[in-house]
Design a protein around this ligand. Structure first.
Ligand SMILES: NC(=O)c1ccc[n+]([C@@H]2O[C@H](COP(=O)([O-])OP(=O)(O)OC[C@H]3O[C@@H](n4cnc5c(N)ncnc54)[C@H](OP(=O)(O)O)[C@@H]3O)[C@@H](O)[C@H]2O)c1
Length: 295
């Protein structure tokens, strides 16, 4: 290899190339899913986005799908339903021969609980009697954990075909977990944090089993800190975006601000394209875990 062709390998468009890749992003209609959608589509990927609300997806296509090198294509689906996931696989199989990137991003939060009581009866009252709803734990785990398993396993054949398309490319699953699955504090929502810890462990098990089966599919997870989204900032504005005032996190995060969409976009491009990354948790949190302490 000449020095010149070696240098060529280091160009950004070679290191982070997603041109022509076919991607599916669950929950791509808002927040972090939309950031991931734009990161891939603006750089030339064909990105299918799903969610339960068709109007959100259509709005994303209308606003962000024009005059870009890639494409954004909406498919309405509830990914907590096994049949709906199977249907999604069929819909994408009818249109595409393969899938290169699957980002399991859809997720929900759980209600908050007061943990500050220094009295057993009061703590019981707050955690057991007032706020713990078993049905909610089920819903949160079904959305944040079970669906990662359903979607990843359902798409294995299409993902494997994606790896066979191009020498040097292994298809990739990226689960969006959270620093909430790493920190020792409950952040006042036990169900959500427990579900995100499960998502991180599930990522590792899936990565291990997939490589044990000799499939060329990488499985990683991104654990974000605080980013603006419908989950963290309420309804989206007319640009289908959200804002968190910087001051709210000045004291809580060493970076003294919430995450920006560029912070998430570069993490998504790194995680999807780096061919040597497998079974890992990529934490992008402005130092939140450093400050809060991990388990
Ligand atoms: N924002 C943060 O600070 C932060 C930090 C760490 C981790 N995360 C994680 O990042 C992921 C994205 O969340 P976000 O913060 O960007 O919140 P968001 O704006 O509420 O996005 C979640 C998306 O998931 C979709 N969704 C929820 N349930 C679904 C289902 N059953 N089937 C299909 N789609 C579904 C929602 O659309 P519909 O309601 O229309 O279905 C929504 O577009 C989540 O897994 C979350 O836990 C977020």
């Amino acid at each position: 290899m000449t020095a010149q062709s070696s240098n060529q390998n280091f160009r950004l468009e070679n290191l982070f190339n997603v041109k022509g890749k076919v991607a599916l992003i669950t929950g791509g209609g808002s927040g972090i899913g939309l950031m991931a959608t734009q990161a891939l589509a603006v750089n030339g990927a064909k990105v299918y986005i799903t969610g339960r609300t068709g109007s959100k997806l259509d709005r994303v296509v209308e606003l962000y799908g024009r005059d870009i090198p890639g494409q954004i294509i909406p498919i309405t689906a509830d990914i907590t339903d096994k049949q709906a996931v199977d249907q999604l696989v069929q819909e994408i199989s009818q249109r595409e021969e393969y899938l290169s990137i699957l980002i399991n991003n859809a997720g929900i939060s759980s209600q908050t609980q007061t943990t500050e009581h220094e009295d057993a009866d009061k703590l019981r009252q707050s955690l057991f009697e007032e706020t713990t709803d078993v049905a909610e734990w089920d819903r949160v785990f079904r959305t944040n954990v079970t669906q990662l398993f359903l979607t990843t396993t359902a798409f294995l054949p299409l993902l494997q075909k994606g790896s066979e398309q191009e020498r040097g490319w292994s298809s990739t699953v990226v689960n969006i977990s959270s620093i909430s699955g790493i920190v020792k504090v409950s952040q006042h929502h036990f169900a959500y944090n427990a579900s995100k810890a499960a998502a991180i462990h599930l990522t590792k098990m899936l990565a291990h089993e997939v490589q044990s089966s000799k499939l060329r599919i990488r499985v990683n997870n991104i654990a974000p800190g605080v980013f603006p989204s419908e989950m963290t900032a309420g309804e989206s504005d007319e640009a289908q975006k959200n804002v968190i005032p910087k001051e709210r996190y000045e004291q809580k995060v060493p970076a003294a601000r919430p995450g920006k969409e560029e912070d998430m976009a570069s993490t998504v491009l790194f995680t999807t394209t780096n061919q040597y990354l497998n079974g890992q948790t990529v934490v992008v949190d402005g130092g939140y875990v450093l400050a809060a302490g991990s388990v």
